[in-house]
Design a protein around this ligand. Structure first.
Ligand code: BEZ
Length: 250
């Protein structure tokens, strides 16, 4: 996926803000080596680094990394796909917010993360969980199907059991897992839903270049009763998160 880093930073700060308290769950310690998987523009990488840990941000997007390096020149960032990542020096901890649902195959990513941890090392991650943006994506997929585009969900939104098993199969012990709803206000008022689709749903919409004219008006009509917050004049995305912590046995 080709990320528009400028748009991402201007309109979608909720993505990294939603992960701020995930740092508490990790409890980074001074001197620890931490890998931030899917670091994007590096906002949470920089937050992690405030603990005194030595943090490396990893992302597959060159445009995101360009922004991350410009904003945080003191931090090391590397371009890699976590499903292919080979670390030479293992990490004390791995952190990941809103990234692992993009990675394929997810079992390979779990394997590579387990390999990259020291014995006793921790993984703390949050990703879209089962049913994530189900109302939004479900309606968009239906409308695309009506126009002859067999839309497939390109994301991995697992449940507690599925992802726990995957991490266990990779050799980690799951110590915490929680699936919860996080209805998320979108910026941009009436235009918020189009902005969200443009930023995040490219893989779904690329089959219909005219989606703004052909799909968006009907989509809004369908979703307005469920996802429009009239009082505040904004769209709400039906986010559902899976928060999970695991440890590599000693
Ligand atoms: C999410 O962060 O939950 C998400 C990202 C892209 C598409 C759908 C959901």
């Amino acid at each position: 996926m080709d990320w528009n880093a400028t748009l991402y930073s201007q309109r979608h700060a909720f993505v990294w803000r939603g992960g701020e308290d995930l740092i508490e769950l990790l409890g980074p310690q001074p001197g620890e080596r931490i890998l931030d998987v899917g670091c994007g523009l590096g906002q949470l990488t920089a937050e992690l680094a405030k603990s005194g840990a030595r943090v490396t941000g990893l992302d597959s997007s060159a445009s995101m990394l360009e922004g991350a390096r410009a904003a945080h020149p003191e931090i090391e960032f590397i371009q890699a796909d976590i499903a292919e990542f080979e670390s030479t020096e293992p990490f004390d901890a791995i952190f990941s917010n809103a990234a692992l649902h993009w990675v394929h195959p997810p079992a390979k990513a779990a394997e590579r993360m387990a390999q990259a941890l020291k014995p006793g090392g921790r993984l703390v991650a949050e990703l879209g969980g089962t049913g994530n943006v189900g109302t939004l994506i479900g309606a968009a997929s239906e409308l695309l199907a009506q126009r002859g585009h067999a839309a497939r969900n390109p994301w991995f939104f697992p449940g507690v059991g599925e992802y726990s098993q995957m991490l266990e199969a990779a050799g980690l012990e799951v110590t915490f897992a929680l699936l919860f709803d996080r209805p998320t206000p979108l910026e941009g008022g009436e235009e918020g839903i189009g902005g969200w689709l443009e930023m995040f749903a490219q893989p779904l919409l690329q089959a219909e270049p005219e989606w703004r004219a052909c799909v968006l008006p009907q989509l809004k009509e369908r979703l307005r009763p469920k996802l429009f917050d009239k009082e505040n004049g904004r769209w709400m995305a039906d986010y559902r998160r899976l928060r999970i912590a695991a440890r590599k046995p000693l």
